[in-house]
Design a protein around this ligand. Structure first.
Ligand code: ZN
Length: 75
């Protein structure tokens, strides 16, 4: 069985926490009840699946389509 709690892993995790804390995260809320489910960092892509702890609804998010997009018109 693999040990997931090695000092290296904990160190890595703490580093990630600090990195994320320095970024402007987007708060993802449950579309059903508005409960704050989790936060994503600006560079996040792909899909995330989560179960709301409050209303127990399972939701999936497409992080790409939720990203704020600036459209530049030609000319
Ligand atoms: Zn909810």
């Amino acid at each position: 069985m693999r040990d997931y709690n090695t000092p290296e892993r904990i160190q890595e995790m703490l580093k990630a926490v600090q990195t994320v804390a320095a970024q402007e995260c987007r708060i993802i809320r449950c579309p059903f009840c508005g409960h704050r489910n989790f936060e994503v960092t600006p560079g996040s892509v792909g899909y995330v699946k989560a179960k709301c702890v409050k209303c127990k609804q399972e939701v999936a998010y497409n992080l790409v389509s939720m990203r704020r997009v600036t459209v530049k018109l030609p000319g």
